[in-house]
Design a protein around this ligand. Structure first.
Ligand code: FNR
Length: 369
């Protein structure tokens, strides 16, 4: 169908499922075990309701904001998803180009199909990009990646901490990774090709990574450090106490620990406990909270902002968009989000991101007590 018939982010998934190679669909769409967390990522947003304000002159609304001090036209970013060329020959470059046009930030994955430098080279002058790091057992490799990223102007280092071992994504595992595959930076470890794309490319990741390694990261880079994949307030507090720039409350799109809670649910306890224990209020410039997983509508994003997130990461919808329509698909997806933001900001009575306040949502049905 023509792009004009794609009305929302869900529509891309339905199209992608029909047009994508089976192996690519299996890798992108799969989640861990029984995929309960993957479903919960969507369901959790359904338990939060709005308390809109009226009569506020919402003729003009502005949903631009800052992420780690860098401007973005919307409170979202394109999160890191590996192996872009499985879905489209241009891979991650589809995202880079669309991010530039729309003034949003792209997080480049360690396991991108395109070479890191190719992705940075494709960015426009001044375009902000972040880097997602899988920490290699060989710290020299990690050091080289990190310092190269910084030298190329990357503005934030998101260290993935929820994947000491890759989750069991059975849909993906049923597809043997018979490799005509893009040359992702596979690391130097031996690659087991019998276990699906994910496991084949991830054997270099260090399960020995621990809190004490963070000082080393601080010693090798000046980029802000953010932990991607925090799932409880205790770890968020530890990250704050160790002087990190923030955390992404995420379960890796349901692809790691099944029965992990959704990021939006975790957000509620993190803001509560960091307020109680350290007097922090959110959103907070010094320690920023991000959420990802299951976000498909501007209303989802607005809920997360109301509850204290600085911005929200979106993954699969952009993969499905470029797998089906290339760059134009991602462009259209961002246009859809833009239109949804305009309308929903008006409907809740918020003229800018600062006016999206906790009182605008009823989150009494989520969070642990
Ligand atoms: C991911 N994600 C991910 N995260 C990460 O830190 N490193 C990675 O290499 C990848 N790769 C990856 C591939 C694919 C196909 C998916 C779907 C996801 C997780 C990603 O950054 C993010 O946490 C989730 O995708 C967010 O959920 P949604 O928006 O996809 O529902």
């Amino acid at each position: 169908p023509p792009l004009s018939e794609i009305l929302n982010l869900h529509d891309f998934e339905a199209i992608a499922r029909q047009v994508m190679p089976e192996k690519a669909w299996a890798y992108y769409s799969s989640a861990a075990d029984d995929e309960i967390t993957n479903r919960e990522n969507h369901a959790a947003y359904h338990r939060i309701w709005f308390r809109p304000r009226v009569l506020r002159d919402v003729t003009t609304v502005d949903f631009s904001t800052y992420i780690l001090g860098h401007p973005t036209t919307m409170p979202i970013y394109i999160t890191a998803t590996a192996l872009g060329k499985l879905g489209h020959p241009d891979g991650e470059l589809n995202l880079t180009k669309a991010a530039a046009k729309h003034g949003v930030i792209q997080m480049i994955p360690t396991l991108a199909s395109c070479a890191f430098d190719e992705i940075v080279d494709a960015s426009r002058p001044g375009q902000v990009q972040f880097y997602q790091l899988y920490v290699n057992k060989d710290r020299n490799i990690t050091k080289r990646l990190v310092q190269h990223a910084e030298a190329r102007g990357i503005k934030g280092l998101f260290i993935t901490v929820d994947a000491p071992q890759l989750g069991r994504r059975e849909k993906d595992m049923r597809m043997k990774f018979t490799d005509d595959e893009p040359d992702a930076q596979k690391g130097d470890a031996g690659v087991d090709r019998s276990q699906g794309a994910a496991r084949a490319i991830s054997s270099f990741i260090d399960p020995g990574l621990s809190w004490k390694d963070l000082d080393w990261f601080k010693s090798i880079t000046k980029m802000p450090l953010i932990l991607k994949g925090v799932q409880c307030w205790e770890d968020a507090l530890e990250a704050y106490d160790r002087g990190l720039a923030g955390v992404v409350l995420s379960n890796h799109g349901g692809r790691q620990l099944d029965f992990a809670r959704s990021g939006i649910e975790v957000l509620v306890e993190v803001t509560r406990e960091l307020k109680a224990k350290r007097g922090l209020s959110f959103p907070n410039e010094q320690f920023q909270l991000f959420v990802d997983g299951g976000v498909r509508r501007a209303t989802d994003v607005i809920k997360a902002i109301a509850l204290g997130a600085t911005a929200v990461g979106i993954g699969r919808p952009f993969l499905y968009a470029f797998s089906s329509y290339g760059y134009e698909g991602v462009d259209h997806a961002l246009n859809i989000l833009h239109d949804e933001f305009t309308m929903n900001m008006r409907l809740i009575g918020a003229r800018n991101v600062k006016e999206i306040v906790p009182e605008m949502v009823d989150a009494s049905n989520i969070g642990c007590h």
